[in-house]
Design a protein around this ligand. Structure first.
Ligand SMILES: N[C@@H](CCC(=O)N[C@@H](CS)C(=O)NCC(=O)O)C(=O)O
Length: 205
């Protein structure tokens, strides 16, 4: 019995896919269309906001929210490879920045991908500009918190997997190399991890 991951090449489902791959869990991917052009009825039936990643667990339960999926996969595998265990000193920082990424940074993509959901069409370009500027401010805060060579210092974690994916999105490589070199370096750690790197390469190679 395997996991079913609704996903799309280059989209946030890569974060979940890389972790499923890392743990060696059996999964198949249901590729969705560009959701901004074409809705997916199957995805909408599973997830009321029709976003990826959406993961159907082997027992049929649906999970959404990449951070919840990240914590859940560590639970079911009993592994601390990607999620520091409760007693580890990095645990608190891990939780803080995991939630920061999904609660602060990730929504800037939701806002900018389709501004019409949030403001009248006439203000969409200005709204988008503000969201981009705010996103850069958020990334600078993440950069300031990064220790290097991984986000949590020597401790590789799912935060590096997030960075491996999110540094490929706007404002993209040149900006990160220049303005957030610690985040870019942490992303490279994820790309260098064998199974995780292979999954990332399928999405962005
Ligand atoms: N909070 C969600 C965000 C997921 C998300 O925004 N996914 C994007 C793709 S990267 C999406 O499916 N967008 C389609 C839409 O918003 O209609 C998570 O962390 O998993």
């Amino acid at each position: 019995v395997s996991y079913l991951l609704f996903g799309r090449k280059g989209w946030g489902s890569a974060i979940a896919e890389a972790q499923l791959e890392h743990y060696g869990l059996p999964f198949r991917v249901e590729e969705v269309p560009d959701l901004f052009q074409e809705p997916s009825a199957a995805l909408a039936a599973a997830n009321p906001v029709a976003q990826v990643p959406t993961l159907v667990l082997p027992g049929g339960e649906v999970m959404t929210e990449s951070a919840a999926i990240t914590l859940h996969l560590a639970d079911v595998t009993g592994s601390a490879d990607l999620v520091p265990a409760p007693a580890e000193p990095e645990r608190a920082r891990f939780l803080r920045w995991l939630v920061f990424l999904v609660a602060n940074v990730y929504p800037t993509f939701t806002y900018a991908d389709d501004p019409a959901r949030f403001c009248p069409e006439a203000c969409a370009p200005a709204f988008k500009t503000s969201v981009f500027a705010y996103r850069e401010r958020l990334w600078r805060a993440v950069e300031a918190a990064a220790e290097g060579p991984c986000f949590l210092g020597d401790r590789f974690s799912a935060l590096d997997v997030y960075l491996g994916v999110m540094t490929r999105w706007t404002p993209r490589e040149d900006w990160f190399r220049r303005e957030a070199p610690k985040l870019w370096a942490a992303a490279e750690r994820a790309w260098a991890a064998p199974r995780i790197g292979a999954a990332l390469a399928r999405h962005f190679g």
